[in-house]
Design a protein around this ligand. Structure first.
Ligand SMILES: NC(=O)C1=CN([C@@H]2O[C@H](COP(=O)(O)OP(=O)(O)OC[C@H]3O[C@@H](n4cnc5c(N)ncnc54)[C@H](OP(=O)(O)O)[C@@H]3O)[C@@H](O)[C@H]2O)C=CC1
Ligand SMILES: O=CCCC(=O)O
Length: 280
């Protein structure tokens, strides 16, 4: 996700400096004109606004606050925008440390996957320093089609987790439908077409359905991240005593899929967890 987002910033004429744990993944961006720095600290020290797109809470914390983390390079007048999907507590922890340097903080997780990231069509769910939101807005508009400002830090993270909780359950339910259709002798391709014309139509079903029927799962959104988001969403629900039995059941299915080595496949590979060979 970080790579196509940075690519769009470069193409729009921004002066972009990049860092990634695996340096080779920066090479295409460097070829497009990005500068490279060997640590998050040095990126933050050399940029007005630093964006972070990391896998999970642990990596977001490490890159922001660890040794040679971005916080070491920040000071008053700079901004740090974390667009990773994390839980509110993690985001608040990062925010507190970033703000203690004098810099501003915004969380802005995104809805939309690889293709929307490439096309500059992401949806930003921002929260935190309003002044940084306004400064970052033209950059968010390069990478996205819309943005929501949701108030205090934690609200963007929470909204993102709710969206992905719904998505994870939708995909699990769709998987059951595809397999049931096949088992009763109907054509799952027709199911995809029927669904696409009715009230439960969703781009996700039309885009991923045909490849799921062929047991192909080209990765756009890694299954391990969908399970991470369900886990974090369940924690959020528990924190306010909200019952979420559908999401809890879906989470179990993604855990089964992970245990069968499907972590790095697209999250639509969750269907494999419902196939008899994987249930044994
Ligand atoms: N893919 C999607 O469709 C979407 C993903 N998201 C969210 O965006 C984030 C990124 O997703 P995505 O790009 O798909 O994930 P990837 O797994 O492809 O990329 C994860 C990134 O995090 C880095 N990373 C992981 N662990 C560490 C660590 N310990 N220290 C430093 N860097 C680390 C990886 O570095 P390295 O290259 O070295 O492994 C890589 O740059 C996640 O939070 C995900 O939930 C949000 C919307 C859509
Ligand atoms: O977090 C990933 C979201 C994927 C999507 O919105 O299509």
């Amino acid at each position: 996700m970080g790579s196509p987002m940075a690519q769009n910033l470069i193409k729009s004429g921004c002066d972009v400096t990049v860092w990634n744990r695996t340096k080779s993944k920066c090479d295409p961006l460097i070829s497009l004109g990005a500068k490279y720095k060997p640590s998050p600290e040095e990126v933050a020290a050399s940029c007005d606004v630093t964006f972070a797109m990391l896998a999970d809470p642990e990596s977001a914390l490490d890159v922001a606050l660890g040794k040679h983390g971005a916080a070491n390079g920040l000071n008053s007048g700079k901004g740090y925008v974390d667009v990773s999907t994390v839980d509110g507590a993690t985001s608040k922890l990062i925010s507190g440390h970033i703000k203690s340097t004098g810099a501003s903080f915004l969380e802005a997780p995104v809805s939309g996957s690889k293709k929307p990231a490439e096309d500059g069509q992401l949806i930003f769910l921002a929260a935190g320093d309003k002044s940084l939101y306004q400064i970052a807005a033209p950059l968010l508009d390069v990478m996205g089609k819309s943005r929501f400002y949701l108030g205090d830090v934690g609200n963007g993270a929470a909204m993102k987790l709710v969206v992905n909780m719904i998505m994870g359950s939708m995909m699990a339910s769709f998987s059951e439908g595809l397999l049931l259709t096949e088992k009763i002798g109907l054509d799952p391709k027709v199911l995809v077409e029927v669904v696409s014309q009715g009230a439960i139509s969703a781009p996700m079903y039309s885009v991923k359905g045909p490849s799921m029927i062929q047991s192909l799962y080209p990765t756009a959104f890694p299954l391990k991240h969908q399970q991470k988001d369900l886990r974090l969403a369940l924690g959020l629900a528990e924190s306010v005593s909200q019952s979420t039995p559908i999401a809890a059941a879906a989470n179990e299915l993604y855990k089964v899929a992970k245990s069968h080595g499907l972590s790095d496949e697209d999250f639509s590979a969750v269907i494999e967890a419902l196939k008899p060979k994987l249930q044994q």
